[in-house]
Design a protein around this ligand. Structure first.
Ligand SMILES: [Mn+2]
Length: 319
């Protein structure tokens, strides 16, 4: 972390990036870090490719831009790129090839990634990237502000599904949450913010996706999908993916849950969840994606049928 802290201190201007299709942890990290840097009179630009579909983050969209400044205006001595909640610039969904002259600071909690970046603070055992931002702020002489505490707790809640994905190795989290709560945050308010605000239509959409789930390998693998037509029928609003996984993972005997979404014609965005020793981060990695052993995702060029055939082959030896 020391190297990252020094790099943040040394530079005066930052392009703060995260992955495309951002979640609360990605945006919360970007916002908390920007706030901390601005308090030190540094210039920050919050960059996100979007889309801001998840209802709990929609309100943050106006704080971000997908426009990049001209690369020739940026000086490598004073400007740095910061990449949060992912470890590879490809994950931003933006073309950053003209910015290779700038140093890259990576702060992430995913085990996958290309190991890139000139300065790295990457801790796969951290339940969220926002908690790594908390480490950085707490290592400085500045106190965390209430606003920063909110961003940090928000990212933690979205990535752990409100404390649900913590294991015993995460015991360090509780002193950190204790310090955030002392800044004034209310866990009950956050629960409401994250888990309410869904439309009835999005819940009906969820019902349709649940309804078509296939039970494979004697019920050990559950597979479902959504098509472009579903979005035409129910609107483009994000259906409640956290609830979808929770419902499917609660099925007796289910070890693996796979949801394939037709993101563009001929292209799928696939999510994997594992409740067993099968590392779905590695499986997503074979498609150029990534994530954690128990939750991961990737893109796939092809149809739902092609993907189903391939994935059945992949799991037939191991499940
Ligand atoms: Mn995250």
């Amino acid at each position: 972390m020391q190297e990252v802290r020094e790099a943040l201190e040394r530079h005066e201007e930052f392009l703060i990036l995260g992955h495309e299709d951002p979640d609360g942890d990605c945006l919360g990290s970007q916002l908390a870090l920007a706030s901390f840097l601005k308090r030190q009179n540094k210039a920050t630009r919050l960059i996100s490719h979007g889309p801001f579909r998840r209802p709990e983050i929609v309100d943050w969209a106006p704080l971000f831009t997908n426009k990049l400044p001209r690369p020739d205006k940026l000086d490598e001595g004073s400007t740095a790129l910061v990449l949060l909640d992912c470890s590879s610039l490809d994950r931003t969904g933006l073309d950053l090839s003209a910015y290779g002259h700038l140093p890259l600071i990576v702060i992430d909690h995913h085990a996958s990634g290309d190991g890139g970046g000139n300065y790295r603070y990457v801790k796969p055992q951290s339940p969220s990237t926002t908690l790594l931002i908390q480490d950085i702020i707490e290592a400085s002489p500045l106190e965390i502000t209430e606003e920063e505490a909110e961003y940090i707790f928000f990212g933690f809640c979205t990535d752990t599904d409100y404390f649900r994905h913590l294991e015993h190795i995460h015991h360090d989290v509780f002193p950190k949450i204790h310090r955030l709560m002392k800044r004034g945050i209310s866990p009950t308010d956050f629960h409401r913010r994250i888990y309410s605000g869904r439309s009835l239509t999005s819940q009906k959409h969820l019902g349709k996706v649940l309804n078509r789930t296939e039970s494979l390998f004697d019920g050990k693998l559950l597979f479902t999908w959504e098509l472009r037509e579903d979005f035409a029928e129910y609107g483009d609003e994000e259906r409640d993916s956290g609830t979808l996984y929770k419902q499917l993972q609660s099925v007796r005997g289910a070890l693996i849950v796979i949801v394939a979404k037709e993101s563009r014609p001929g292209e799928l965005s696939v999510s994997f969840r594992s409740s067993c020793d099968i590392n779905v981060g590695e499986i997503a990695g074979t498609y150029g994606g990534g994530g954690h052993p128990k939750a991961s995702g990737c893109s796939y060029a092809g149809s739902i049928d092609d993907f189903r055939r391939e994935i059945l082959n992949k799991f037939s030896g191991i499940i």
